[in-house]
Design a protein around this ligand. Structure first.
Ligand SMILES: O=C(O)[C@H](CS(=O)(=O)O)OP(=O)(O)O
Ligand SMILES: [Mg+2]
Length: 231
């Protein structure tokens, strides 16, 4: 098995067996809590305009995401896990647009299987990938994409996932949590002059939330979507 960690949301990746795209702060933490709170599926779009166009055709869908980390006028949800856990998302379909996680995923579709995760579901996702990769006969190629180009939050999580897939378990969850909290990406959430960013979001991003599902991208629809795969 070959596992490569790649940073950034705009990589030109060669075809692989499995891609795992990580966004801890905050897109795939949002996605994980959204599924826990009943979301059915999450379509991924590259731009605000694409989101509005898709919503126009499907007015019952909810738009979620950010530009520069901030809420988007006309969207139903921002990119905050705190907002998500306070919302009724039972049976809802979301359309998600974010800077790193969503963009990084839409640029990582060249694989037989694509998973997304934050830290909350990292261990579950890594154990699942460990399992399925050992069921394969061939020497498989796995890319772990830490979607923030420079953020240690996603990189720490990528190293954690890699160590679990390899069954080395050499990176502790506690260390990853500290690296997420100390990453430059997290700083604005602790800055009292930026009340639009809530530190509770980082608290929600740094918990292990055990759940019985992984988040897999379905590329067979016109617009790729994240689905909940029960394991
Ligand atoms: O809203 C977020 O957490 C980020 C944007 S920024 O890094 O805060 O500007 O988007 P994401 O795609 O969730 O990394
Ligand atoms: Mg991020």
């Amino acid at each position: 098995m070959k596992i490569k960690i790649i940073q950034g949301n705009n990589n030109d990746l060669k075809a692989s067996d499995i891609n795992v795209v990580i966004d801890v702060i905050r897109a795939f933490t949002v996605a994980h809590y959204a599924f826990i709170h009943g979301t059915k599926e999450i379509f991924l779009v590259n731009s605000v305009e694409e989101g509005f166009n898709y919503k126009q055709k499907n007015p019952q869908f909810l738009l979620a995401g950010e530009v520069n980390g901030l809420p988007i006028e006309g969207f139903d949800l921002d990119n905050s896990p705190l907002s998500v856990i306070k919302s009724d998302l039972q049976g809802k379909t979301l359309i998600q647009k974010t800077t790193n996680g969503v963009k990084g995923t839409l640029n990582s579709l060249n694989a037989d299987a694509i998973f997304v995760t934050g830290f909350t579901n990292a261990r579950t996702t890594a154990r699942y990938i460990h399992q399925i990769s050992h069921m394969q006969k061939k020497n498989i190629q796995i890319n772990i994409i830490a979607s923030h180009p420079t953020g240690d939050d996603d990189l720490a999580c990528a190293e954690y996932i890699k160590s679990i897939i390899e069954n080395k378990n050499s990176v502790s969850a506690e260390d990853v949590k500290k690296r997420i909290e100390n990453s430059h990406v997290a700083a604005k959430f602790y800055d009292d002059t930026r009340p639009e960013f809530n530190r509770e979001d980082i608290s929600l991003c740094t918990r292990v939330v055990d759940s019985n599902f992984v988040m897999k991208v379905n590329t067979s629809s016109l617009i790729p979507k994240i689905e909940r795969i029960n394991i």
